[in-house]
Design a protein around this ligand. Structure first.
Ligand SMILES: [Zn+2]
Length: 406
């Protein structure tokens, strides 16, 4: 028996006027998912527990069967795991964004750009190297990631700090948040050294000459220590792989004890290497693994762009180029399988950000011959079905137990 979770990140949506009151999932042509629906079951899964922000970190942790209430310690430690950084017990990781702040004085600070003009990875690495040289000490270390997404690891106890994600404050006044960093000497000294180093660096001088947003500050957030969680092998006696373009998901894979497969050309955008992902899943299962988690970021990106057309395209690509080839290969090989098609959270086009709606979930077992749902896989159908059956999945543990029940 093979087990699969196929995730269209942010695929869920609310009805849109521009689509005649329908959602992108309702409009998109998804022949393979429709076919699975015939013998499949619908559920709603509450991936984001009450009181948690609907981030991809919380929601995907939940999809991997780890109750966020119990295992979520922050976003940065998951990214550290993806980057191969092993946090010691006394270390805390912070996400360290390069940002562009308008900071003429510290009493008036605006978040001009949460990503410093999506600075290139090469430029980012040069800046992180300079910060590690000029600003690191026995307490703070800088680790390069991709583009604006880097990490700071802090050793030992540090002055408490309430942080906010910079992408929630685009073009907004962040004075109160910035002042919190400055209120304590340790953080203030670090950030002053960082700001001076960044201001003097040739990378930033060149960016300003080119009319691009400079990385004139770092924004620390998403902090936490490494979660200690049993692997999926410990819990369900299965071996598997994580297939995603996104560091966060790779980190979750490491925590869950999955092999993390890097796909050349996997971008996290609409132009990602769909065929490479599908093939990697097929190969992993054919080589004897029991489980794959395949994650596609593109529908979420379309949601953040606010483009219904891009989202429909991303969902159709998910069906035709990910779900389709994987299911066909399993059938050709004559393998029994249980597959979940779902999403981590909604990224509604009209809101351009995530919401905590419980997510539509399709479970299909290849041994099932009785016609089941027969209805299309949509937000509405899953909700109606859930109201009839009252068999809502209440969250992470139940979801995984449902998938792995044999
Ligand atoms: Zn997501």
């Amino acid at each position: 028996m093979k087990y699969l979770i196929l995730v269209g990140d942010g695929m869920g949506d609310h009805p849109l006027d521009e689509l005649g009151g329908r959602t992108p999932l309702e409009v998109a042509a998804t022949p393979m998912i429709d076919e699975l629906c015939r013998n499949g079951e619908f559920f709603l899964n509450r991936t984001v527990p009450e009181g948690f922000p609907p981030g991809s970190d919380v929601a995907n942790l939940s999809l991997l069967g780890y109750a966020p209430e119990r295992y979520y310690t922050g976003r940065a430690p998951l990214e550290a795991a993806a980057m191969g950084i092993r946090l010691a017990d006394d270390e805390t990781a912070f996400r360290c964004n390069f940002v562009t702040l308008d900071r003429s004085d510290d009493d008036n600070v605006t978040m001009v750009d949460f990503a410093a003009g999506h600075i290139s990875t090469t430029e980012g690495h040069e800046l992180i190297a300079a910060l590690e040289r000029e600003c690191a000490d026995e307490t703070f270390h800088f680790h390069p990631g991709v583009s604006y997404r880097n990490l700071v690891v802090v050793r030992g106890a540090y002055p408490e700090l309430a942080t906010v994600p910079p992408h929630d404050w685009i073009e907004k006044d962040v004075t109160a948040h910035w002042q919190r960093y400055l209120a304590d000497t340790t953080w203030r000294n670090l950030l002053q050294r960082v700001t001076a180093t960044l201001a003097a660096h040739p990378v930033n001088r060149q960016r300003i000459r080119d009319g691009k947003n400079p990385a004139n500050a770092v924004w620390l957030w998403g902090e936490g220590r490494m979660p200690t969680a049993p692997t999926l092998q410990d819990r369900f006696q299965i071996r598997g792989s994580m297939i995603s373009a996104v560091d966060l998901l790779k980190g979750l894979g490491v925590i869950a004890g999955l092999a993390v497969i890097n796909i050349p050309g996997a971008t996290g955008y609409l132009d990602t290497n769909y065929e490479g992902k599908a093939q990697a899943a097929i190969s992993a299962l054919a080589s004897g693994e029991d489980f794959v988690f395949v994650h596609l970021e593109a529908p979420d990106e379309a949601g953040h762009q606010g483009s219904a057309m891009a989202k429909i395209q991303a969902i159709e690509d998910f069906d035709r180029r990910i779900v389709g080839p994987i299911i066909s290969a399993l059938r050709t090989a004559g393998t029994d399988f249980r597959v979940v098609v779902t999403m981590d959270h909604f990224t509604p086009i009209a809101l351009r950000t995530h919401t905590s709606d419980p997510v539509p979930t399709l479970l299909y077992d290849s041994r099932e011959t009785q016609p089941k749902s027969g209805r299309p896989f949509t937000e509405k159908e899953c909700l109606i079905h859930d109201q009839h059956q009252r068999n809502s999945l209440s969250g992470a543990e139940m979801f995984m137990n449902k998938l792995f029940c044999r």
